[in-house]
Write a protein that binds this ligand. Structure first.
Ligand SMILES: Nc1ncnc2c1ncn2[C@@H]1O[C@H](COP(=O)(O)OP(=O)(O)O)[C@@H](O)[C@H]1O
Ligand SMILES: Nc1ccn([C@@H]2O[C@H](COP(=O)(O)OP(=O)(O)O)[C@@H](O)[C@H]2O)c(=O)n1
Length: 227
């Protein structure tokens, strides 16, 4: 069996990309790269600087100048990796409701995508990687050896994301959104992300509504083993 060197996992918010991608990478000993974290990190910086999220040119410039690094977790607080922006640890800050609300608009600008896609391709040159995002199989790594597209219904994805936030923040946290707010945010992001979220023609689509994380992993390993 030929070993897949670059595995692309795409799909909408809450489909399970990060959970499945990180476990798969760990089990294979591959580098795990969450491209959503890069778009979130840039969005965090743009908000800090008070930039207009509609201004693609200024955001593209910011993307070129900023140092966004995704590295080993080091801190044992549930993080999959540590994200720094110009040296500052923003691992949890990039999950804030404000960043989540703004990230799709920031990511919609071609000036931004050009810069981050180039950075993602450079990371993948390291060789064996599992890269997760929206456009990895179709645009970032069109010649990836294995392309998976995870999906689930909007309601299921909303339930998953709400349960995750509840677990992380706790029921009494002032920043905990309601289930309806989580659902509305995902629906709105699906809409804005649509153009950059098309499955590659050769991607294998896995519908995860009725599958556990372990079952999704099992399917991916099965598909990989048949190549
Ligand atoms: N197949 C699945 N079944 C049940 N829960 C899942 C499944 N895949 C992921 N989850 C859970 O749903 C939440 C969102 O998953 P995540 O991997 O962050 O999605 P994405 O990266 O696609 O936005 C996480 O809490 C994760 O544990
Ligand atoms: N390859 C990618 C990854 C993320 N993104 C953007 O970044 C946002 C956040 O991505 P994410 O993967 O962290 O989002 P969640 O699925 O974790 O909520 C997405 O809604 C997209 O707008 C993108 O445009 N292209």
């Amino acid at each position: 069996m030929e070993q897949a060197e670059r595995i692309a996992i795409d799909g909408p918010a809450g489909a399970g990309k990060s959970t499945v991608g990180e476990r798969l990478a760990r089990c294979l000993g591959y580098l795990y790269i969450d491209t959503g974290a890069m778009y979130r990190a840039l969005t965090w910086l743009a908000l800090q600087r008070g930039l207009d999220p509609h201004d693609g040119e200024a955001l593209g410039r910011l993307a070129r100048e900023a140092s966004i690094v995704i590295g080993y977790p080091h801190i044992d607080d549930g993080r999959q990796y540590t994200v720094t922006v110009n040296g500052e640890d923003v691992t949890w800050a990039i999950r804030s409701p404000e960043v989540t609300r703004t990230v799709s608009l920031v990511s919609s600008h071609p000036e931004v995508r050009r810069v981050l896609i180039e950075a993602q391709r450079a990371l993948a040159r390291a060789g064996r990687v599992v890269m997760v995002g929206r456009d990895i199989g179709a645009v970032v790594l069109p010649d990836a050896e294995l392309k998976i597209y995870l999906t689930a219904s909007l309601e299921e994805r909303g339930r998953r994301r709400y349960a995750e936030l509840l677990e992380r923040l706790g029921r009494d946290h002032p920043a905990l959104p309601s289930f309806e707010e989580v659902l509305a945010d995902i629906r709105r992001r699906d809409e804005i992300d649509r153009d950059n979220m098309q499955p590659a023609p050769d991607a294998i689509v896995i519908e995860t509504d009725h599958l556990s994380v372990a079952q999704v992993l099992e399917r991916i390993c099965h598909i990989r083993g048949k190549r």
